[in-house]
Design a protein around this ligand. Structure first.
Ligand SMILES: Cc1cc2nc3c(=O)[nH]c(=O)nc-3n(C[C@H](O)[C@H](O)[C@H](O)COP(=O)(O)OP(=O)(O)OC[C@H]3O[C@@H](n4cnc5c(N)ncnc54)[C@H](O)[C@@H]3O)c2cc1C
Ligand SMILES: *[C@@H]1O[C@H](CO)[C@@H](O)[C@H](O)[C@H]1NC(C)=O
Ligand SMILES: *[C@@H]1O[C@H](CO)[C@@H](O)[C@H](O)[C@H]1NC(C)=O
Ligand SMILES: *[C@@H]1O[C@H](CO)[C@@H](O)[C@H](O)[C@H]1NC(C)=O
Ligand SMILES: *[C@@H]1O[C@H](CO)[C@@H](O)[C@H](O)[C@H]1NC(C)=O
Ligand SMILES: *[C@@H]1O[C@H](CO)[C@@H](O)[C@H](O)[C@H]1NC(C)=O
Length: 631
């Protein structure tokens, strides 16, 4: 249960009503170009649907040309809580305080693969800046092979080497404290990062707990390859920075990096608290505008709905949950589903809302009986340590309290995770491609999955990507994740109410290989804990529990412990050819219509073996370049 409980707890804690905080002066500027619906023009050159993470990146880049007008429509509001936002009251603990008021209230349908889990959480942000405003600020990239596999699905231009310039365009590294870097061997390669013009700062905190040295050394004793720079080689063992500015120790995110600096542009309008209902098409299937309505007004009521026109292009950046929802509501999606919902079909595109992926998470829990001193518990057990930590934070924003979720981890390739890796790969190849897919998948989706699965089987056989994420931060427990799941889910419009939240089926662990990876993960952790470096801490297993030893027991434990996702939902408007169930081409334009593209995490055909924020920045930067180049 541990994994599920962990995610559950953070959500519940957060649901506590927030204190009402005064509006901080240093954030005032971001309201500059916020408009009311009445102030919105009749038409814009570009309309960006969703002012989340990718939407703000694209709006920034498209409005660089002062002769082009840009409207961003966002359902959420600008977040003013300084604990979440950039200001001296910012709290690093916002990394795990996922506030429900900044999220959509959506849960998955029952999940048989997770022992019938009901109401499995679906994490999707509903706030300006989207996921980057609420997330854990863990800013790691996928392994090069992950993006190369995107390119191999008939998507020229999307290999890692071709995307690297966009990763660099988005992020700059604030150098770590040299004394700490030397002590912990935190290495980096500046070739992975951009210069002072890159909007997002990534940095390392000024403190790490000494037990991390045992954990890193234990991984090395396991034979896991230590990388100099994870951002260029995200497999094996590596340090990774967080999305915080080192100078201010505040969240560096789409609002601070991409929106606030350009909020005064006269050609950029942000309309918050409004939902895009539909994209409007003309007879030639060209997207000519969007219908919008204010949050809280009667759904679809002609008295409150208005249309805004787009002269050049509409870019969908409503996230993995709502980009397919908006498309389906607009008549672009699986024809059978649309007919059931009474929506006139513009294009029968079965891939819209299919191919849903995330990272099923589950914990391991150990107690260290001879733990290093100090350790993360010292904050609670040692008053003088806690006092020292509080003083450092209060005086200079340094020390243990500047830590977020952690900065080092191992991404274990299957041949290192499991002795029986060859049999696992053979089992993947032996499956019928449709065996574990949702019933709604038709022939192009099955063909697309077959192509994906071939790439995954190859990835599972090599050392180029981790099938397991195993982060650590000196604690005896951690949330691990199945990085490249074989199961696939769906996001589908509610057929009785197209304005209700979409119906999400994660379909987690439908494919039996996925929980087997979790079982092998727990066995791997046991071997790690038995290395000399880790034995020095006298680890004792608490969960899943040393009594569980057989595959059957461990798989059963995985099915009851795992959560369906970590807020990394993706791939629901996948970049792939139409005959492979794709929704957009490598130019990100939606198949079968014109004037409409997608620029968010939905376009990934395969989930990357990383938290998704860094990837979304790169995708959105490239999306903006593609849109500019053609219009
Ligand atoms: C709680 C949480 C924690 C996470 N932790 C991490 C982490 O530590 N590290 C990491 O790398 N990644 C993390 N992620 C993932 C990462 O933040 C997301 O993958 C990324 O931000 C998604 O960007 P996006 O632009 O695709 O979508 P979003 O940023 O979600 O943007 C979509 C926006 O569209 C808006 N919208 C939706 N429908 C409509 C509509 N009809 N009309 C108008 N607006 C609409 C939404 O309100 C939202 O603001 C986390 C995500 C969540 C939710
Ligand atoms: C989700 O529920 C919370 C209350 O728990 C609310 O504040 C928030 O506005 C809801 N989110 C959306 C997108 O409606
Ligand atoms: C430090 O990291 C580098 C690069 O990953 C590695 O080559 C080196 O062996 C490490 N040194 C120590 C002392 O761990
Ligand atoms: C408490 O922390 C201080 C340093 O802040 C350290 O010197 C001391 O040994 C710690 N006490 C215990 C009991 O660990
Ligand atoms: C804060 O930084 C200043 C300047 O480096 C230093 O003199 C001071 O001792 C620091 N304060 C604490 C509590 O560490
Ligand atoms: C669809 O929406 C209706 C009306 O809001 C709701 O009662 C129903 O539970 C929803 N169906 C699903 C499967 O979520």
């Amino acid at each position: 249960m541990a994994g599920r409980r962990f995610l559950g707890i953070s959500a519940t804690l957060l649901a506590l009503p927030g204190l009402s905080l005064a509006y901080p002066a240093d954030l005032a500027g971001i309201h500059q170009r916020e408009i009311t619906a009445r102030q919105a023009s009749e038409s814009y050159d570009y309309i960006v649907v969703g002012g989340g993470q990718s939407g703000l990146v694209i709006a920034n880049r498209l409005s660089e040309d002062p002769t082009k007008t840009v409207l961003v429509v966002e359902y959420g509001y600008i977040e003013n809580d300084p604990a979440q936002e950039g200001s001296s009251k910012f709290k690093p603990t916002s990394a795990t305080a996922w506030k429900q008021r900044l999220l959509y209230n959506v849960t998955s349908v029952d999940l048989p693969g997770l022992n019938g889990l009901k109401n499995g959480p679906v994490y999707a942000a509903a706030v300006v800046g989207g996921g980057s405003t609420v997330n854990g600020m863990m800013l790691d990239r996928g392994a090069p092979e992950n993006y190369d596999n995107w390119a191999k699905l008939n998507n020229p231009g999307w290999s890692f080497n071709e995307l690297l310039k966009y990763f660099k365009k988005a992020t700059q590294l604030d150098l770590p404290d040299p004394v700490l870097a030397k002590d912990f061997n935190i290495t980096y390669d500046l070739a992975a990062y951009g210069d002072k013009n890159s909007p997002i700062h990534v940095s390392y905190p000024t403190y790490q707990y000494p037990g991390i040295k045992n954990q890193v050394q234990g991984m090395k004793e396991m034979g896991v390859q230590l990388q100099k720079e994870g951002a260029l080689n995200a497999h094996g063992l590596f340090w990774f920075p967080g999305a915080l500015s080192a100078a201010t120790v505040t969240r560096s995110y789409a609002v601070s990096g991409y929106y606030r600096p350009v909020a005064s542009r006269a050609n950029l309008h942000l309309l918050t608290g409004h939902r895009v209902n539909e994209v409007v098409f003309d007879k030639s299937k060209r997207a000519t505008g969007v219908t919008i309505q204010e949050r809280g007004t009667p759904n679809g009521d002609p008295a409150v709905v208005r249309t805004v026109k787009a002269k050049r292009e509409i870019v969908l950046t409503a996230g993995f949950l709502h980009t397919p929802h908006v498309l389906q509501r607009s008549g672009v999606g699986p024809a059978g589903l649309l007919k059931e919902a009474g929506i006139p079909v513009v294009v029968d595109l079965p891939g819209v809302g299919a191919n849903l992926q995330d990272h099923p998470g589950f914990t391991h829990g150990w107690r260290y009986d001879t733990d290093a001193n100090p350790n993360p518990n010292s904050m609670f057990t040692n008053q003088s340590f806690a006092q020292w930590a509080n003083n450092l934070w209060a005086a200079n924003r340094t020390g243990p309290r500047s830590l977020t979720v952690g900065n080092v981890g191992a991404w274990i390739p299957l041949p290192q995770l499991a002795e029986d890796w060859k049999e696992i790969v053979a089992a993947i190849r032996a499956q019928g491609p449709a065996d574990y897919l949702p019933k709604s998948y038709e022939s192009t989706l099955i063909a697309g999955y077959r192509a994906q699965r071939e790439l995954l089987a190859k990835a599972y056989s090599g050392l180029g990507t981790g099938v397991l994420e195993l982060p650590f931060n000196a604690r005896g427990q951690a949330i691990m994740a199945v990085e490249h799941q074989l199961s696939r889910g769906t996001v589908r419009v509610n057929t009785t109410d197209k304005y209700a939240e979409p119906v999400v089926d994660f379909n987690t662990f439908a494919n039996p290989v996925d929980p087997l990876i979790a079982a092998r993960a727990w066995q791997f952790v046991r071997r790690w804990m038995a290395t000399p470096a880790m034995k020095a801490l006298s680890p004792v297993e608490l969960s899943p529990g040393a009594a569980l030893t057989t595959d059957e027991q461990l798989i059963a434990a995985a099915r009851s412990a795992a959560g369906p996702g970590e807020g990394h939902g993706c791939c629901t408007a996948a970049m792939s050819p139409r005959k492979l169930g794709g929704v957009v081409g490598p130019d990100l334009r939606v198949h079968g219509v014109t004037g409409l593209s997608v620029g968010d995490n939905s376009v990934a055909p395969l989930i990357v073996g990383a938290h998704t924020c860094a990837t979304v920045y790169a995708v959105a930067e490239k999306a903006a370049d593609l849109v500019k180049a053609r219009t």
